[in-house]
Design a protein. Sequence first.
Length: 558
Amino acid sequence: MVDWYKQEVLFHLQNAFNEQHRWFYLGFSKRGNRGDADVCFFENQNGFFNVVTDTYTSSDGKYVHKDYQQDCVLFKMDESTLAFKRKFDTCDPSDFRFHEGTMYIMWARGENELELTDYQFPFPNVSTQESGVKMMQLLRADKILVPETDLKQVEVTLNKVAVPDKETTYWCHIQKLDSFLQQKHHIVQFEPIIMTPGIVHHMEVFHCETDWDVEIPLYNGDCQQMPAEAKVCSKVIALWAMGASTFTYPPETGLPIGGKAYNPYIRLEVHFNNPELEKGHVDSSGLRIKMVSKLRQFDAGVMELGLEYTDKMAIPPGQVAFPLSGYCIAECTELALPPTGIVVFGSQLHTHLRGVRILTRHFRGSEELRELNRDDYYSHHFQEMRNLHYKPRVLPGDALVTTCYYNTIGYEKATLGGFSISDEMCVNYMHYYPATKLEVCKSSVSEDALENYFIYMKKKEHQHHIHLNGARSKNYRNIKWTQQRVDQLYTMYIEEPLSMQCNKSDGLRFDGYEWEGAPITPIQIKIPMHRKVCPNYNPLWLKPLDRGECDLLGECIY
């Protein structure tokens, strides 16, 4: 249980011990590793369940050290129940500060007695049956209950699709909505139906945004061969990615679906990730969408922030945490948002395999406000749709900057933006109300800036395999990367103008601004303030990346 007022978490575990177990631990680490972990040990000594010890591990994970400051506060411990609490931030440099992103919770139990009276002892080895690591959002918003009882539901699923033996497939299924949706409803919850775990990477349901009487051909096949009429099926209704579960809307809002002027066709898009090229999988995955006929106060909407899916953006090889930023510039929100702005209540962050950290920053003029969402320990295996504890209001003229960090250690060629699982994405699916016509607020570097970059690399850096009229992807991959060339690429991305997508649901840009060559939103690095409550706090913002860390704002020197 999370107590936001007291800034502490109450842990309550059942069956931590049984007759033969002498100890149990619960620990917190950066990415599930034993090294530099924060661990609470609980012991049964001579039949008494009364020993709790706050510890931390060595950098190599081989040894456990007793912490000079004991912050695991025990409530109850017996043969069936374990309850203790810990503050979000203990101000102890050996403790792991709890945060609202993905956390890695370690656990184990054993039968041998520990030497916890010593200030250092070997980290206990146990079998995989008696230990584990679980990813979770520990500091999550309070659970939302659906107050309505008369729920209707629609299942949008594939129908026994033979999964292709290809690494990446986007499969599309177009269907017509049930007749009861000739009346407007509000979606209040959706949940995944997964038939081939590990193969289904993510799914989206889109509405076909056109006149009510336009018929869209029913379709079931590769998205690349989808009928041209289905290009209008691009307004996001529901989405899921690997690791996510059920998403519930706040009681004041729901996503509109149906109505007399509502086109009755929707499209399900499923991304199959099949790197082993396995054959024989048959899939009927999709989403179960629950809705109510009595409308709530606000219509909700979904907006995509981040980077365009384009090979104009690239990540050099050998990088620990190379940042790419996608901009939703002030000029776009000024045109598209209502005078009172929008309230953001949910967010899903998304990359492919190399993403390790994501955040969306919120600017109002020269002032930086609280981040809209961030995950410093992001994993593509755990892409939850998250309700936000703090619900920011985004006003016309505000700017939102989504930055993704990528680890390309071990790769020899540049990684490009694109749809394949071997390409990369940087997206924040932002859920908000009241709904607007703004569907996509994303960017990439401008065409002119990229052309000038390749000219410079060919003529000044003597990268002769670059062809100025050739494919961008080949040009990026033909560069022999040095640190200087990595620096030059990074500098171009943070200084040069943008190609801005300020798009409506029909895919067209808003009128009223020149979106190609739009100026970039300036970002300042500032010393973080949120730990000044701790005595003797050192505000040094930069930490060494070789330990997998960045500054507290997520600014990384790659």
